[in-house]
Structure formats: structure tokens, C-alpha cells
Design a protein around this ligand. Structure first.
Ligand code: AMP
Length: 428
């Protein structure tokens, strides 16, 4: 099979790495990819080729897939999905993995998701959806100001403001709806009650009819140790998270996915891709905070290190609507991913810093270094983004996986590198 992967982050490197291990992969491109992706090789020895096309350049991606006669395109990030890349490729007779534009609304519109959850009885926070700032403010007052104000549309993961007082909440509403801090994405908002508890990431692979739940994982969103500092795209993950045992995970999964599948059938939403609910385990039970409509980053890195099944076969079945017959096999060994980021991230950061020690880190047993913001400059791997590397390791238990990931991190150097020292600590 000829495969094209779209995206350039750690998630896409993990996807490419795992797809490349399949005997079905005959040739693979990644648009635009990164320095780590460009070093991957398929089982048959052919190199993965990075092509200089942006993930949102839909017409050029389509032309490329047509010219190369790509058999399956795999979409990593949310933006091309929200722009309708799946609909466009399908209209042109090409096979592509990911939800179509209507199904991608679970991520591209928080108002859509919140209303869907309420309509179909999916456990979620007490919430309201608003297109009027005065009504929104009134609602935040009814929650005593302890709430979370969320811009409706995609805002690079930044459109969520956590508030503790009525004054803060009114300021958040003004910022998003009046000041248009996130542009058109903030024309509407969802306001949820603030929930306390442990947060877990769930993933389910869907084929329009069935949803196959993954094991648990947990992300670390804040920049600094102890969940301090600014929100980021994610500074590290581990899987499985010990807060749900297998039986409880199945229960929680069913409580979310059964009504979700019913709702999709009712609304004629044909969801083929990954549904990734962010879930808060509260004293009153699990509550969905939001849905994403693609693999998490850096959840993908730990999931795919643990996945034993052939990913080409799974994604193919997801596209074909034949997932019901498939089994997802997981390595019982836990995996930990520590993100190494550029100094200054999630604020401004420099690019082009040489990275050393990658070969030494790769020699450690159980370790895979996934690249995110990296590029090749005169034969040297250099930093090229906020999140630079996802240093990922399997271990016989969580503690060993954590130790292996940090041993690899210690070998890698670039000027200004920052990373959290407490990834997976909550579980130990
Ligand atoms: P979201 O993009 O909606 O997942 O929100 C980003 C982050 O904000 C989540 O990962 C949570 O840590 C936090 N968050 C979102 N909604 C709530 C809520 N209702 N209560 C508490 N924290 C929340």
C-alpha cells in the first residue's frame, strides 16, 4: 500500500513509525514531516519521504495523492479535518482515514459537542452555550464564578479560560466574545461548571458503527512540575493510568460511547477516526470535558509504543467499516513520554538550536525518541518548534519506564531545553 501521512508533530512521527512496521506499507510520504520522520524506513527498506506541503494546503495535498496514486492518506492534526480534507479526498475517489467535516465538529465546535452530550445523555459538566455576552455573564454568576469559559471553535488549544470568581469569569467572557481574543472561534462560547478530580485521556477507534476503546493514558498540560505554569499542548504522558482498572474503564467507556454511538446514528454522523474524550473523574462520576476528533499529542506516542496490532490494518478497517471483526492488542508494559521543549515555550522561543545525543539516547533499551519540532540543517538536527522531542520508553513497570525515559532525556542536549521532571509521578 502507498501511504501518505499528514502533519509534522510528535503524533505524526509516532504514526509514521508504527505504520512503517506494517508489511502492508510499500511506500510512504509525510507532508510536511520533520527530521525524525525523514529518518524512518519501511519494513521493505524504503525510506519515508517528507514532502514540502503544509497540512492545510488541501488542493496541493489532493494533487499529490492523485499523482502518486496513494492508497490511504492518514490525517494527524485537527485543522485539515475541520477544513474538510476527508470530504475533498473522498469526492475525488481517494481513500483517507479521519472523520469527515460533519463528524469533525466534535472537535471544531465545542457548542456542537456540549449540545450533543446533553441531548444524548453523555455525562458532562453542568454547562450553557451562548452567543450573547450578557447572557453568558449571567450564567457565570449563577455558578458563583467558578467556571471554565471556552471559545466554540479551534484556538490552538488556548481558547479555554479557567475562572475562580465572577470578576474573572466576566473578564474571560469579554476577552473571548467582545475582545475577540481568538477571532471568530469566540463568537460563541461554552461555559462549564469547574470540575475537580483526576483527568484522564480516553481514545476510541471508530468505523461509523463501532468504537474500540484504548487503554487509559494521562497527559500533563501545564508547563512546569506540579501542574504549575502555563497551559501547553502537552508536556508528557504515560499509559496506562492507574486511576481506572480494566473493569471500571469498560464501564466509563460504555457510559460515554454507547450514547455517543446512538447519537451519531440518530444525527447521521459517520465518524471514522479517533474519538478522544477528555474526561474528569469526579466524586460524582466521570464527566466529559471535551471531545477531540483525532489522536492526542503526546498520547499517541505512548499508545503506539504499546500497540501490538498492525496499524495499517486497523486504520484500513476504520475506513472500511469493518472494525467489529478486529482486535486491538496491547503490550502490557507501561510507556512514558517526556516532552523536551524549547526554552520559552509555550511563549516565544528560538529555533535552529543544534540537538546532540540523539544517537546515544536511541541505543537505550525500550527507548524511542519521537521528533516534533525538528528540522535538518546542513546535516545537523536542529530545533524547529515549541515542543521539540517526545522521549518515549517502555518498561516492565511504570517506574522502570519513567526511569528509562529520563535516562534518555539526560543524553539529549540543546540550548534552552526544558522538560518536566515529574511525568507519571502522580501514578507512582
Ligand atoms: P478542553 O480543551 O476543553 O479539554 O480544556 C483544556 C483543559 O482545561 C482540560 O484539559 C482541563 O484541564 C481544563 N478544563 C476544561 N474544562 C474543565 C472543567 N469543566 N473543569 C475543570 N477543568 C476543566
Amino acid at each position: 500500500m502507498k501511504l501518505l501521512v499528514i502533519g509534522s508533530g510528535g503524533r505524526e512521527h509516532a504514526l509514521v513509525w508504527k505504520l512503517a512496521q506494517s508489511s502492508h506499507a510499500a511506500q510512504m510520504w509525510c507532508a510536511p514531516g520533520n527530521a525524525g520522520i525523514a529518518q524512518e524506513r519501511l519494513k521493505n527498506g524504503s525510506p519515508v519521504e517528507c514532502i514540502n506541503l503544509g497540512a492545510e494546503d488541501l488542493p496541493k495535498l489532493l494533487a499529490f495523492a492523485q499523482e502518486k496514486k496513494v492508497d490511504l492518506t492518514v490525517v494527524g492534526p485537527d485543522n485539515p479535518l475541520a477544513l474538510g480534507i476527508v470530504d475533498l479526498f473522498q469526492k475525488n475517489g481517494l481513500r483517507i482515514w479521519g472523520p469527515n467535516q460533519k463528524a469533525a465538529q466534535f472537535e471544531s465546535s465545542k457548542v456542537f459537542s456540549q449540545r450533543f452530550m446533553e441531548k444524548y445523555g453523555i455525562p458532562t459538566a453542568k454547562a450553557g452555550t451562548f452567543s450573547d455576552a450578557a447572557a453568558a455573564k449571567k450564567f457565570t454568576a449563577s455558578l458563583g464564578g467558578k467556571c471554565v469559559v471556552k471559545a466554540d471553535g479551534l484556538a490552538l488549544g488556548k481558547g479555554v479560560l479557567i475562572c475562580g470568581t465572577v470578576v474573572e469569569a466576566e473578564k474571560a467572557v469579554d476577552e473571548i466574545m467582545v475582545g475577540k481574543a481568538f477571532g471568530a472561534a469566540g463568537a460563541k462560547v461554552v461555559i462549564q461548571e469547574f470540575l475537580e478530580g483526576v483527568e484522564v485521556s480516553l481514545h476510541a477507534l471508530c468505523d461509523g458503527k463501532v468504537a474500540k476503546l484504548f487503554p487509559t493514558s494521562q497527559d500533563h498540560k501545564r508547563a512546569l512540575d506540579g501542574d504549575q505554569g502555563l497551559n501547553t499542548g502537552g508536556m508528557g504522558t504515560y499509559s496506562p493510568a492507574p486511576f481506572l482498572d480494566d473493569a471500571r474503564l469498560r464501564q466509563v467507556g460504555d457510559a460515554i460511547l454507547d450514547p455517543w454511538l446512538r447519537g451519531c446514528a440518530e444525527e447521521k454522523i459517520d465518524f471514522r477516526g479517533i474519538l478522544y474524550p477528555g474526561v474528569m473523574l469526579t466524586k460524582a462520576g466521570p464527566k466529559v470535558l471535551e471531545f477531540n476528533a483525532r489522536f492526542g499529542d503526546p498520547e499517541t506516542q505512548v499508545y503506539l509504543q504499546r500497540l501490538e496490532s498492525d496499524l495499517v490494518e486497523l486504520l484500513d478497517a476504520s475506513v472500511n467499516g469493518t472494525l467489529g471483526k478486529m482486535e486491538l492488542k496491547w503490550n502490557p508494559m507501561p510507556s512514558v513520554c517526556v516532552v523536551m521543549a524549547s526554552g520559552g515555550y509555550p511563549g516565544n522561543y528560538p529555533k535552529g538550536k543544534p540537538i546532540t545525543g540523539l544517537d546515544d539516547a536511541a541505543l537505550l533499551s525500550g527507548v524511542k525518541v519521537f521528533h516534533a519540532g525538528t528540522a535538518l540543517k546542513d546535516g545537523q538536527v536542529v530545533t524547529n518548534g515549541g515542543r521539540v522531542l517526545g522521549v518515549t520508553a517502555l518498561g516492565k513497570d511504570l517506574k522502570s519506564a519513567q526511569a528509562a525515559a529520563y535516562a534518555a532525556v539526560e543524553k539529549i542536549r540543546f540550548e534552552g531545553a526544558q522538560y518536566r521532571r515529574d511525568i507519571a509521578a502522580k501514578a507512582l
